[in-house]
Design a protein around this ligand. Structure first.
Ligand code: AMP
Ligand code: MG
Length: 492
């Protein structure tokens, strides 16, 4: 059976210095672990074809399908604040693009498919653990309604990769509306190649922001649009307790999708200073620092675009600053609106911000589980009984002071039935998130015992994060003290 991909590649038609042409390196014994059938269909692919041996060969990079133009994209990036002029796809290869059922162009990329000219000292490979981790978390983010790259498939290669010891190798098929990053702009800007920056900007506008085409100042509009999407995205992360962990400029998508699930994690107990990544020594990418870093990354993008904004550098800088000034307002407005929804408030009143902050303060002091507290608060809005929320706090005195304030504020809302309010809150306060201890258990079963049943079960639960799913109630529970995961590691 032939596997058909309706490729319509556009990035590979850009100038040669945008990428390196390189084919995936064949592997010994590909085996399909997981195919995301609904996503395959959305992309216009036939799941039945992909589930054949030939499909597994393609998804492992052993065979290149007809119409693919495999390339490794060039990019640079600031890693933890330090500029690296050349990074690029060191372990990922873009097979090509398809236009999906909704008319949206999507990249099909293999991650872990062998070395490229950008691999530096790396082996171009991925271990099974990080591949499963990215699959689980990216699909959970999508199910929660957060813009993200997706996971189409996971295969094991039948070959070991060597990290601390030998681990099973795997390849993830990643889908993105594009893999263009702030670091892609930096790659050309750092080389003084203004013409390439312009070509890239035009490509991004045509692909992600077509509403800008023909506008009087397209590059100003592009900067505004990327700022708006990142502001909204980071607000969404904060509203569900997500910590990206490695917000380098090469991991910042200009399409506004969450990309690069390395040491990312959801927090259990609320702590604005929470850091999981083993390499984030100074908390640069701590939970509450993410908006600040988002703006820092966008400032790097603005620097790249300066020559396109105005011939006069001073004027260009002023215009870029004005655009960047919009970030704080857009982030705050998205974040505050989201917090009101989490608290069951359909209207906006003075004092709402303080009400939300006061809850976060008592959550921090009481080490309350972020996700569960909000879910139980949703249920309390229906039942009128806050005792289960109270039970989330190690030290409930603060909550006891806060709860009557919340009730009084709810009383100022338009009249609505408790059940309707509960439903509205449950639609934004997930019951199920990909908790670290669950992910670790899934990875251990897969790597140690070749057992993928726990992985299947976890992704099934996480596909409906806002539904109660009583049969899987245990998945909603925070980790026991001995189950707590305190550190996560990059997927390299
Ligand atoms: P990341 O930490 O995943 O954002 O990767 C940062 C840079 O390191 C990117 O240029 C990656 O392509 C490259 N890289 C990460 N892991 C590997 C690997 N195993 N082999 C080659 N390059 C890698
Ligand atoms: Mg990266």
């Amino acid at each position: 059976m032939t596997v058909h991909f309706p490729f319509q590649n556009s990035y590979a038609a850009l100038p040669d210095n945008f990428f390196a042409r390189v084919a995936p390196t064949p592997v010994a014994a590909p085996r399909l672990i997981k195919l995301n059938r609904p996503l395959a269909e959305e992309l216009g692919l036939d799941p039945k074809e992909l589930e054949t041996a030939e499909g597994a060969d393609i998804l492992a990079g052993k065979t290149v399908p007809a119409g693919a133009e495999p390339i490794a994209m060039a990019y640079a990036g600031h890693q933890f604040g330090h500029f690296v002029p050349q990074l690029g796809d060191g372990r990922a290869i873009l097979l090509g693009e398809v236009v999906d059922r909704n008319g949206i162009r999507r990249d099909i990329q293999l991650k872990g498919s062998g070395p490229t000219p950008f691999s530096r000292r790396g082996d171009g490979r991925a271990a099974l653990g990080p591949v499963l981790r990215e699959y689980i978390v990216s699909e959970a983010m999508h199910a929660m309604g957060i813009p993200t790259t997706r996971s189409l498939a996971a295969v094991v290669t039948g070959e070991p990769v060597y990290r601390e010891g030998a681990l099973p190798g795997a390849v993830l098929t990643r889908i993105a509306s594009s893999h263009i990053r702030v670091g892609t702009f930096q790659y050309f800007a750092a080389r003084g190649n203004v013409e390439a920056v312009r070509q890239l900007a035009d490509h991004v506008i045509a692909r992600h922001y077509p509403e800008i085409i023909g506008s009087e100042r397209p590059y100003h509009a592009l900067l505004d649009a990327v700022i708006a999407r990142q502001a909204r995205l980071i607000a969404q992360w904060l509203l569900i307790g997500f910590i990206h962990g490695v917000m380098n400029t090469d991991n910042t998508s200009v399409a506004g999708e969450t990309i690069d699930y390395g040491p990312c994690a959801f927090m259990d107990a609320y702590d604005p200073k929470q850091v999981f990544s083993s390499i984030d020594e100074f908390g640069r990418y701590a939970f509450a620092n993410q908006p600040r870093i988002g703006l820092w990354n966008l400032t790097r993008l603005a620097e790249c675009l300066l020559p396109l904004l105005d011939e006069d550098k001073e004027t260009a800088i002023k215009q870029a600053e004005a655009a960047l000034d919009g970030f704080a307002e857009q982030f705050t407005s998205a974040h505050q609106a989201g917090l009101r929804r989490k608290l069951g408030l359909a209207t906006e009143r003075e004092g709402d911000r303080e009400l939300a902050q006061a809850l976060f303060d008592v959550m921090t002091a009481g080490q309350a589980d972020f996700t569960r507290t909000f879910r139980r608060l949703s249920d309390a809005a229906g039942s009128g009984d806050t005792s289960e929320v109270r039970a989330m706090f190690a030290e409930p005195a603060g909550f006891d002071e806060w709860a009557p304030r919340w009730r009084l504020r709810l009383a100022e809302e338009r009249e609505t039935s408790p059940a309707a309010r509960q439903a509205a809150m449950c639609a934004v306060n997930p019951a199920f998130i990909p908790r670290n201890h669950r992910i670790e258990a899934v990875i251990a079963a897969a790597v140690r015992d070749d057992d993928f049943a726990p992985f299947e079960e976890l992704i099934t639960v996480l596909a409906k994060p806002y539904e109660d799913q009583p049969a899987f109630a245990a998945y909603a529970e925070p980790p026991q003290p001995e189950e707590r995961v305190l550190q996560t590691f990059c997927g390299t």
